[in-house]
Ligand binder design. Sequence first.
Ligand code: ADP
Ligand code: 5RP
Length: 491
Amino acid sequence: MAVPSGDQKPESYYVGVDVGTGSVRAALVDQRGTLVAFAEQPINQWEPQFNHHEQSSEDIWAACCVVTKKVVQGIDLNQIRGLGFDATCSLVVLDKQFRPLPVNHEGNSHQNIIMWLDHRAVSQVHRINETKHSILQYVGGVMSVEMQAPKLLWLKENLRETCWDKAGHFFDLPDFLSWKATGVTARSLCSLVCKWTYLAEEGWDDSFWKMVGLEDLIADNYSKIGNQVLPPGASLGNGLTPEAAKDLGLPAGIAVAASLIDAHAGGLGVIGADVRGYGLACEEQPVTSRLAVICGTSSCHMGISKDPIFVPGIWGPYFSAMVPGFWLNEGGQSVTGKLIDHMVQGHAAFPELQAKATARCQSVYAYLNSHLDLIKKAQPVGFLTVDLHVWPDFHGNRSPLADLTLKGMVTGLKLSQDLDDLAILYLATIQAIAFGTRLIIEAMEAAGHSISTLFLCGGLSKNPLFVKMHADITGGNGKDEQSWESCVSQT
Ligand SMILES: Nc1ncnc2c1ncn2[C@@H]1O[C@H](COP(=O)(O)OP(=O)(O)O)[C@@H](O)[C@H]1O
Ligand SMILES: O=C(CO)[C@H](O)[C@H](O)COP(=O)(O)O
């Protein structure tokens, strides 16, 4: 239930809905930006085959409705002024009447989303990259299998009759949500520039779509993938439709903003954070010296610049896709939270860990952190892994190697599989992820970025060990220790 903050009763409220990989979150904030209420609801994922990851747009919309209704309980609905969405950059497929279409061989139309981490389109992205089309310079030189063009080509080549020929609309998930709320099919510049090869100043490039075999999308002025493009935050149509208002428990007609991808919403929030008054060295430094690291299922590393910077293996440069008027480079690690969960949950000592954490009313991660403190004795915790090392690319390398074929690796395994081994493997996994962040920073700096502060947000930023390892491992990057900080903020 919402409780107004401060002495003065707020006059206006805003609802923000954040659709991550594992759950949907809603926040109610007042006109001062103070968080008034928060709710979370898990969402379903299906993996019908290895590397095929699917979701349901109906399921996600239903979860958006649940969390939105929760956060506005107890407040005067007439004080709600606006609503905005962010979501993962997953591909939503609808037919010409806006009904879900199956993205699988089973024909299950409930599963109409190819998720961002889906790697089914390996052959397609390989062929796209072989074209060496000039547009590829705006995605770090190599298109990722996680972007939309290879997934569209996969649908055309594999589900021609059941999906491709019937499709009327292909949306990025954030744009699907704003359409669902307003009936407006306009796309956000954020989605189209970052995942669909749209250029902020030039628009679509017909020659790219023709060269990769998706020339049919050019028809009707790109009506299936978007021909009205708005900057994130722009007001859409006549606002919330009566039907969506009923679903969400909000008043019809309130303003709805053009959306952002989830990492970009997190990036905008922390890169623009007001840090005055905390005595941090970054207070006096430009926003271009900040790197936002949005760490949830994956980690995304967002750095901005006044002029375009081309960094091999790092997505972008993308103009105005996150901060208006600035270019964005986006590094990333496809699995970070998911990798930590995979390592911990797959270990033989996991049931023992679960039982012990439950007995102490702690999360498994809080328990592991205190266990590491116990076994490190007098040495710094990081030294526990001198003999155990993890290579974290279990789902390929997004940046800076941009190689989806890479796999994970653990060296230094012994025959024992007790709780100490699990804790040390967990630590080595976090360290490997932090070294990945360091490699990304080094690549960005070599190309012209000058980064002095990391701003972390997302689920993993709640883990103090994850934050400490990022500070230790990136701070030793030949930098003046005084000028290097790690600021933590939670979205
Ligand atoms: N308190 C916590 N301590 C450690 N890890 C956490 C905590 N809360 C969430 N996580 C981890 O963060 C990840 C999910 O982050 P989240 O931002 O919710 O992801 P997404 O946006 O992808 O759904 C999971 O791997 C989870 O284990
Ligand atoms: O590619 C993305 C951003 O560009 C994805 O949306 C992101 O990696 C998935 O986000 P999360 O890990 O927060 O669920």
